[in-house]
Design a protein around this ligand. Sequence first.
Ligand code: NAD
Length: 427
Amino acid sequence: MDEKEKNNEQHQERGKEPDVLDSTQTVIHKALGKLGYSDEVYELMKEPMRMMTVRIPVKMDDGSTQIFTGYRAQHNDAIGPTKGGVRFHPDVTETEVKALSIWMSLKAGIVNLPYGGGKGGIVCDPRNMSFPEVERLSRGYVRAISQIVGPTKDIPAPDVLTNSQIMAWMMDEYSRMKEFDSPGFITGKPIVLGGSHGRESATAKGVTISIKEAAKRKGIHLEGARIAIQGFGNAGSFLAKFMHDAGAKVVGISDVQGALYDPEGLDVDYLLDRRDSFGTVSNLFKNTISNHELLELECDILVPAAIENQITEENADRIKANIVVEAANGPTTMRATEILYDRGILVVPDVLASSGGVTVSYFEWVQNNQGYYWEEEEVEEKLEKLMVQAFDNVYRVAQMRNVDMRLAAYMVGVRKMAEASRFRGWI
Ligand code: NAD
């Protein structure tokens, strides 16, 4: 047993799951080992090639100055410029930003985009800041990282608690600094500033395509299939609508307050309307169930679309779905992945299932670079083509190598990075 595996085993003995960077490194190590790559390649890939920490002074509305800490990680730019979101959250850490940049490299490799992975974050809580304070922070972040980002270097995008308005401010700041209009500096912009049609629902569209492909492999007809979705935010709510429209029965949905369940199928349009009026849905009803109960419902397809570490060693034995499709980042722990695999449950991993967002971000960048824009149907058609190919490829590797789809997806992603790094003469 090597040091990496020993380390993770020690975590498990102490009853603690390894952190997100540890577990990502473990799967990368395993994937490279399966492909026969040397430890040098692992050394290159286990951490971002560049990590910048910045301190951003911001004038607050009350006249005081607050200093915020921000990060930008660039994992590996052998294939092309790095790309990935910027999150604004009080829990942002350097380790998390590093791990998320690696995931972006994997996603780009799996869907075959000409990018490496990047990620950024600022330790802050925009929910407790005024609009002008958030604007000053966003602009300050761009000034602080401007040397290492740009349309051909590293392209940011929205992530947790950042949105198209923040992307617009960031794009404006960058364009002013460089003294030319640079829509390709960032993606997830408003349509009027060069955003792409279909960006808002892209992640859910990608999850829908993954569900259709997985259902085909498992002989499940989507028409009438029972699906439970944890999370009713951007990813979960668009997904509930797409599944409902495809004839599936959405039997469970949840948000942070709790979960709703109806074995006959919930009225998704009504719930979307309530959610838009009241912010949440589950607290508007009696007879709700808990988020834990939702995960263990009798259903065909389970989609965790909220937060990480939801399916663990503790509940993996009680999951009843035939297919688990990860819309959220990191909802299933490593040990739970093994348990589900041994039980014959097909897990479509986050790095594949939730890559619709970065794929349409890529389309946005392409449209910005060429200055010619596509209709929504064209975006959807192109997304479907790339996602189906990616699913097919990962599924084939999983079957051929007799491994779960997470390991297969990592094998596809790291192989591309390793090949590009080798041709460049880095390894
Ligand atoms: P969001 O903030 O719009 O929605 C999150 C949902 O999860 C909300 O309904 C919230 O009430 C619920 N939630 C929060 N805490 C919860 C808890 N403890 N238990 C149960 N539910 C809880 O977020 P989103 O954009 O829909 O993202 C959801 C997940 O998908 C995240 O893991 C995110 O990283 C991942 N993801 C999103 C995108 C995207 O483009 N939106 C892309 C890739 C991955």
